[in-house]
Write a protein that binds this ligand. Structure first.
Ligand code: IPM
Ligand code: MG
Length: 359
């Protein structure tokens, strides 16, 4: 029997619509092969939602997302909306949908593909074989902690405040996701914090140690975030799975991404316990090349593979997509961001066509 899934597409801004179009074609192609049917519906988020409705996250978008089986997001933001007040910035829409869907666990893999080893700015010996999964807490920490805001002090000076806070239950649930993720990998988990300075990190560390009792097969280590940043660049192969809070995860996942040469290659999955998951590339909306058919669609396409695997429990079509991506790279197709000597430079659409012909 044909399985049917409803997918909400959030193309967003900048290169978003271009890379989303490629992903939808790829999804339709694998669906045919795997006896799956997708029903797609689009919704607004970010700058395009601001332009159309005055808010970066219309209620209609939240409702559509909640009613679907999975959400595929491309990217949000652009120069045009950079000077708006925080409540109506595109980023607020992204944080809003993560929070509205309760997507507390963000999985960001950084895997070096042998085909792209020359694209890394680090030496081949250092990055060869790197395969890291960053598990970032996504709905807590300093991104959401209260009090927050810009207040005026008694002396009339302004004071900006954000609060880094985690409750035990918030730490426990992300720790469990991380241990379970590590169990499916090399069973090594490194928890990154700043427990030498921050109380919130001390509680983080205490809880992660407590939860580790449930996962005796996983080797747990701890690292301070500054050292982790250094170690990621010095010797990234020491890491298997990393678990960390929202802000540290934001920073470290960009660093980990760049080990692979291009942030244009990396997908992510955001999962909660009840609502559908949301799948999006790690990169942003690249307004500088929007509409020029230059964007690399592969991170978006790989995000659809994560959607199939983690969101819909359909690993077979997910595998097919991942294999197709490796195949087009083997065939030498490269967008500008991953271009190297002797390869065939292509635009976004042509990369999509190459994927379709391989599929
Ligand atoms: C990310 C982005 C977002 C974040 C921004 C756009 C709000 O940098 O997904 O990593 O900080 O989480
Ligand atoms: Mg980021």
């Amino acid at each position: 029997m044909t399985k049917k899934y409803s997918i909400t597409l959030l193309p967003g801004d900048g290169i978003g619509p271009e890379i989303m179009a490629v992903s939808v074609k790829v999804l339709k192609a694998v669906a045919q092969q795997c006896d799956i049917e997708f029903e797609f519906q689009e919704a607004l988020i970010g700058g395009s939602a601001i332009d159309a409705t005055g808010t970066p996250l219309p209620q209609e978008t939240i409702d559509k997302c909640k009613a679907s089986d999975a959400v595929l997001l491309a990217a949000i933001g652009g120069y045009k909306w950079d000077n708006l007040p925080r409540e109506i910035r595109p980023e607020t829409g992204l944080l809003g949908i993560r929070s509205a869907l309760g997507l507390f666990a963000n999985l960001r893999p950084a895997t070096i593909l042998p085909q792209l080893i020359d694209a890394s700015s680090l030496k081949k010996e250092v990055v060869e074989g790197v395969d890291i999964m960053v598990v970032r807490e996504l709905t807590g920490g300093i991104y959401f902690g209260k009090p927050k805001g810009i207040f005026t002090t008694e002396t009339g000076e302004k004071r900006g405040v954000n609060t880094m806070a985690y409750t035990e239950s918030e730490i426990d649930r992300i720790a469990r996701v991380a241990f379970e993720t590590a169990q499916k990998r090399q069973k090594r988990l490194c928890s990154v914090d700043k427990a030498n300075v921050l109380d919130v990190s001390q509680l983080w560390r205490d809880r992660v140690i407590k939860i580790s009792e449930e996962y005796p097969d996983v080797e747990l280590t701890h690292m301070y975030v500054d050292n982790a940043a250094m170690q990621l660049v010095r010797n990234p192969k020491q890491f298997d799975t990393i678990v960390t809070g929202n802000l540290f995860g934001d920073i470290l996942s960009d660093a980990a991404a760049m080990l692979t040469g291009s942030i244009g290659m990396l997908p992510s999955a955001s999962l909660g316990s009840q609502n559908p998951g949301l799948f999006e590339p790690v990169h942003g909306s690249a307004p500088d090349i929007a509409g020029e058919d230059k964007a690399n669609p592969l991170a978006q396409v790989l995000s659809t593979a994560m959607m199939l695997r983690y969101g819909l429990n359909e690993p077979t079509p997910g595998d097919k997509i991942e294999k197709a991506v490796l195949k087009v790279l083997d065939l030498g197709y490269r967008t500008g961001d991953i271009m190297s000597e002797g390869c065939k430079g292509v635009g976004c659409q042509a990369m999509g066509d190459a994927l379709l012909s391989v599929l």
